[in-house]
Design a protein around this ligand. Sequence first.
Ligand code: ARG
Length: 387
Amino acid sequence: MKLWGGRFEKGPAELFEQFSGSLDFDRELLEADILGAKAYASALEQVGILAEDEKERIHEAFDKILIESSAADFFEGAADEDIHTLVIRKLGEKAGDLAEKIHTGRSRNEQVATDFRIWVRKQIRSAQQRLAGVMEALLEFARREPAALLPGYTHLRRAQPILWSHYLLAYFEMFSRDWERFGAAYRSADVLPLGSGALAGSGFPFDRQAMADELGFARVSGNSLDAVSDRDFALDFLYAASVTMLHLSRLGEDWILYSSDEFGFLEMGEEVTSGSSLMPQKKNPDALELVRGKTGRVSGHLLSLMMTLKGLPLAYNRDLQEDKEPVFDTAAQLAGSLEITRLVIETTKVNAGAMETAADEGWSCATALAELLARKGVAFHRAHQIV
Ligand code: ARG
C-alpha cells in the first residue's frame, strides 16, 4: 500500500519500489509509530476532526495491532512502502473508513521524526541500565579483590605499583561519564516534533503540549522546518554510544594483554573465551576482541550519519531515511557489547601472585624511594639522580 498516488498515471517501477522501500528496517519503529498515532488521534479529536467514539475506536484498534504485532507472521507478505503505511493499512483492516481520517494534516516527515525520538529515548534508557550493570560488576570485582597489587603502566612500561581496585575504578569513572552523556542525549531526544506538518507547521490548531504530555516528551519543538529535519538527537546518541564503545574497547585491550601468557595477571572465564580449530592448547579472548572490533563499526555509524546530514537543504529530504540503520545497528552492538563485557568482568579472576611479583620488579618503587629521600631533606632532583 501507498499513502500517495493521485497525481500519478503510472505506478513506480518495481526497481524503484525496492530501492526506496524501508519496511525491512523501519519495522523497528512499529511500537513508536502506534504510540505517536494514538496521540495524534487524540489531537484530532481535540480539533473536532474525530468524534470521541471515533477516537476511542482508533485507539482500541491500535492497541489490538500492537498485541498482534508480536506474532511471527505479522509482517508476512507486507508490501507497504514503510512502517507508517503499514500501520495505516492495518488500522483500515480494523477500523474501516475511519483509517482514512488518521492522517489528516499529518506528514510522514513529522511522524518519522517523532517515532525515531520515541525509539531513541527508549534505547538510551536500556543502554544506561546495561551500563549500570557493567559498573556494578566493576565495583563487585574491586570488593572481591581489595588488596591485589599490580604495576601501573605509562607507555606500557611499568611505572608505579597500584591497587587492582584503583585500576578497576578508573573504568568506573569512564562509564559514569558515559552514563551522563546518555542523559544529555536523552534530553536532546526528549522534544516533540509532531504538529510541524511536512515543514510549514500544521493547518490545525493542535494543543501540542497535550500531545507532548501524552507521549511523555519534556518539550515541544520551536521551529517546524528544524523539527522535521533535525537529527542532532540521533548524533548525540551515536556519540554517547561511540565513546562508551571506546571505553569498552580500552578495557578489552588491557584485559587481552593482561590475560596473555606474557603478563599472566588475569584468567578469563571459559564462558567468554574460545578455542582454536587447529591449536589444541589455545584459549582466546574472542569476546573482548569482538567488542574492540565493533567499536570501529559504531564510530563509523556516527560518521556515516554526519555525512548524510552535512549537505542537506532544509527541510526534509529522503536522504534522512538513511538515518535509521546506523542508529539501529549501534543500539544492537552497544547492547551486546555491554552485556558481554559485564559477563567477562563477572567471570575473570586475578592471579594476585603474578601481579604482585610484576609490581615488585623493574624498579617500580623507584619513585617512592626518591620521595622518601626527599622527605629526609634531600632535594628531589638530587634524590632522583641518586636513585
Ligand atoms: N521512510 C521515510 C523516512 O524514513 C519516511 C518519511 C517519508 N517522507 C517522505 N516525504 N517521503 O524518512
